[in-house]
Design a binder for this molecule. Structure first.
Ligand code: GDP
Ligand code: MG
Length: 165
């Protein structure tokens, strides 16, 4: 089994920061084969002796807002299709936004395990904001407050993620 984790969410929530924290060798594999997958980044990671791949989405598109939106939707769709576990990243500084809800709608109906990652939980007060994201109605699993910049909370998240592998 491939063991693929996709990181999805609206721009600026910290997906790439989380990706860089999880992968050992940054951008270890870049898929240059097809125009469709070109804009996603892949990396290798391991936790508790389990090996898996991570896909970062959403950050490599330029163009008009329409192109951008269509492209990220496509990326999210493909990443979700090829992944085994989905990390939906939101931002505790901004709280729940309309764009978060739109991204969440793209994931609804997927039978894959989805973890909501409440990033930028830099302190207890911000971590408390994570509860807002239950309103996304996305996940049977708990929400994980993390700070991708410091790595705080990522261990607890990965403990659960690798249970699937
Ligand atoms: P992406 O667009 O979702 O890939 O987001 P990026 O990873 O590029 O991060 C967007 C901004 O959020 C950058 O300025 C990051 O430094 C910042 N950021 C990421 N994680 C954290 C965090 O845990 N705490 C804080 N305060 N900022 C963060
Ligand atoms: Mg990014």
């Amino acid at each position: 089994m491939a063991n693929i984790v996709a990181i999805v969410g609206r721009p600026n929530v910290g997906k790439s920061t989380l990706f860089n924290r999880l992968v050992e060798e940054r951008k270890a594999i870049e898929d240059n084969v097809s125009g469709v997958t070109r804009d996603r980044h892949y990396g290798h990671a391991q936790w508790n002796g389990k090996f898996f791949s991570v896909i970062d989405t959403g950050g490599y598109v330029t163009g008009s807002d329409d192109v951008y939106e269509a492209e990220i939707r496509k990326q999210v769709k493909l990443a979700v299709e090829e992944s085994d576990v989905i990390l939906f990243v939101a931002d505790c500084h901004d709280g729940l936004t309309d764009l978060d809800k739109e991204f969440a709608d793209e994931l609804r109906g997927s039978k894959k395990p989805i973890y909501i990652v409440a990033n930028k939980a830099d302190n207890q007060e911000k971590a408390f904001m994570a509860n807002e994201f239950y309103a996304l109605g996305l996940s049977d699993f708990e929400i994980f407050p993390i700070a991708a910049t410091s790595g705080s909370g990522t261990g607890e998240l990965l403990d659960r993620v690798v249970e699937h592998f």
